[in-house]
Design a protein around this ligand. Structure first.
Ligand SMILES: [Zn+2]
Length: 247
């Protein structure tokens, strides 16, 4: 049964990944996401329906355009695979429950936010709203209103104060506000904590390899998304283990 759920989830999330691939391609160029069918970047030919099947098409076409035989970028296929993987893992961890399904979709949105923020240093209001919407569904189902309300501000408010001093973008503030609704206050604190650790490690690595100096701007969103995802998957276990230290 678990295998069947996994396969089904993988297919659904791969399709979402396909859309995220389009976003990743078009948003940084300032193009409309909803407008126009996908086309070959090299010869401009509009792609047929069977060339748009996530992952499968790329493998069947051996990574080349059917007409001009030019190499198709593997980026969109990698995005499809990664989106499917993060979404499916969330569903498998929580099973075929409302929480599992909502977390699966939220994981895909977080992945999109991380990708776009990495490229454009911008987190769109719409994506934050989608995360918040996932949160509202879960809050209503679980009846965890108080936890979500505290979650909305417990990280976003400190972030907003840091933002006033110019250390953070408004996108990060909105993102953590939405994550607060989704995860509740405890796991949201943990998400920020994980995010900070991952960001610190990444900054050290970038510094060590001299790719970026200390002063250069690095988007914080991708690390927050990674931290949120981690907290989503293992947060409750971490919090339980931590609380058991204080009998
Ligand atoms: Zn072509």
């Amino acid at each position: 049964m678990k295998v069947m759920i996994g396969i089904f989830a993988f297919v659904i999330f791969a399709c979402i990944g396909s859309f995220i691939g389009v976003c990743y391609d078009r948003i940084p160029k300032g193009e409309k996401v909803w407008k126009g069918r996908s086309h070959c970047d090299l010869c401009g030919r509009t792609l047929g329906a069977w060339e748009l099947i996530p992952i499968v098409s790329f493998i069947c076409l051996k990574g080349r355009c059917r007409k001009c035989k030019g190499k198709i970028s593997i980026a969109s296929t990698l995005i499809e695979i990664c989106t499917a993987a993060v979404g499916t893992l969330a569903v498998l961890v929580y099973g075929l429950t409302v929480q599992g399904i909502v977390f699966g979709f939220a994981a895909c949105i977080l992945f999109e936010i991380a990708l776009i923020d990495q490229k454009t240093m911008n987190i769109s209001d719409l994506t934050c709203l989608l995360v918040a919407l996932c949160g509202v569904v879960l809050t209503v189902v679980n009846g965890s209103y108080i936890s979500s309300l505290i979650g909305m501000v417990c990280v976003s408010l400190p972030f907003f104060i840091i933002k006033l001093f110019g250390g953070m973008g408004m996108g990060d503030v909105k993102l953590m506000c939405a994550v607060g609704i989704l995860l509740g206050w405890q796991q949201t604190l943990l998400a920020a904590f994980f995010g900070l650790i991952i960001a610190s490690v990444a900054a050290l690595i970038l510094k060590a390899t001299e790719k970026k100096g200390w002063k250069s701007e690095i988007p914080f969103g991708p690390y927050l998304c990674a931290g949120t995802y981690l907290s989503m998957l293992v947060g409750t276990q971490c919090i339980d283990a931590y609380l058991s230290l204080f009998p």
